[in-house]
Ligand binder design. Structure first.
Ligand SMILES: Cc1ncc(COP(=O)(O)O)c(C=O)c1O
Length: 355
């Protein structure tokens, strides 16, 4: 049996697995902004920074970010994508213990393994609701709690009130809570800004990525927001110039694209709502996502592999869920794509149901 790719966004590997040759396909496996990267990014200007070492602390870029987020610059560290942010936080907790609520992004567990962190896992409820009471009970036994909001792969969120309850419990027990907000920009506005909670909860660390909202996985740009003493510790273990200067210099341009973010959010929210209505009409089970991707299964099938293969053979690449603890292939994950692509998906899914 050929191995499943660890992440989405690898359509070539999937096509090879099913001997699909070079056929043109639609990639629903990567959760990126369906509108693509913002137009006319200042790439030429960025490349003019090629011949100088970047400031190891990226002070001017961090200041711009701090102004945009309304936090102090000493609370921010730029990282090589959200992935590096996860590994840096894990580094700070080497040899300790962590709690992960599955299914969640697989890099939390990988980072814990890399830093000998002892992992305890709890599962989301059957309907993907968050197991607040179970987590509250488990918090005093851990050092670090990983939360993903909105959660990859379900697209669901922990409502603010239980999040605050968990932060309070964690503070009492001297536990650090990491909230990975890689997909935060896709959320309805009222669910977005938990940054003000940092004043009340010094045990909160927020991770962000520019990858998803700007559809720039090739750039590798993310950041950590934490208390200044934690940021100093992160800086102490981070590889020098980990974010390359060309990419760092693009940050101000990206931050200025607020209209693009609003446009994307409106588009994704409307398109997801439209899709979910049609998917329910077709008889599929869909996770109650508020983000730019969702889990789907045919309620009448025990396992989603036949549906996965059917979609691939019809030129649609979903994300398998064999590498998500607690899912093990029962669902597939699909990104909200452009309207024409989503229409094609609905057409193929209707054909699957009609077989
Ligand atoms: C929840 C979550 N966090 C972080 C990342 C990593 O993002 P980046 O590509 O910026 O490293 C991903 C990527 O899939 C993700 O799903």
């Amino acid at each position: 049996m050929k191995e499943w790719p660890e992440h989405g966004g690898n359509p070539l590997k999937i096509m090879k697995r099913y001997d699909m040759g070079e056929k043109k396909v639609m990639d629903f496996s990567a959760n990126l902004n369906p509108l693509g990267p913002p137009p006319d990014l200042s790439l030429a200007a960025a490349f003019r920074t090629l011949d100088v070492y970047p400031d190891p602390d990226y002070r001017s870029e961090v200041q711009e970010l701090a102004d945009a987020l309304l936090v102090e610059p000493d609370m921010i560290r730029l990282t090589n994508g959200g992935a590096e942010a996860i590994f840096l936080v894990a580094h700070l907790f080497a040899g300790k213990s962590a709690l992960i609520i599955e299914p969640a992004f697989s890099e939390y567990a990988r980072a814990c393994e890399a830093y000998q962190i002892d992992v305890t896992r709890l599962n989301l409820k059957e309907d993907f609701g968050f197991p607040v009471q179970e987590v509250l009970t488990a918090i005093p036994q851990t050092d670090l709690l990983f939360l993903c909001r909105p959660n990859n792969p379900t697209g669901t969120i922990i409502p603010i009130d239980p999040l605050i309850q968990m932060l309070e419990e964690a503070e009492k027990s001297e536990v650090t809570v990491v909230v990975d907000e890689a997909f935060v920009h896709f959320l309805p506005l009222e669910e977005q800004n938990i940054l003000p909670l940092m004043e009340r909860f010094p045990n909160l660390i927020i991770l962000r990525s520019l990858t998803k909202i700007y559809a720039v996985p090739g750039l590798r740009l993310g950041y950590i927001v934490a208390q200044p003493e934690q940021i100093k510790r992160v800086a102490g273990v981070q590889i020098p110039w980990s974010v390359n200067g060309v990419v760092a210099s693009l940050l101000p341009d990206l931050l200025a694209r607020t209209d693009y973010i609003h446009k994307t959010r409106r588009f994704v929210q409307e398109e997801r709502e439209r899709l979910v209505i049609s998917l329910h009409e077709l008889g599929f089970t869909v996770s109650p996502s508020v983000s730019n991707f969702y889990l789907l299964k045919d309620a009448s099938a025990a396992n989603s592999d036949p549906l996965f293969v059917y979609l691939v053979k019809n030129g649609i690449i979903p994300r398998h869920t064999h590498t998500f603890s607690g899912l093990e292939g029962t669902y597939i994950r699909l990104a909200v794509r452009k309207k024409e692509e989503n229409d094609r998906l609905l057409e193929v899914l209707a054909a699957w149901k009609g077989q």
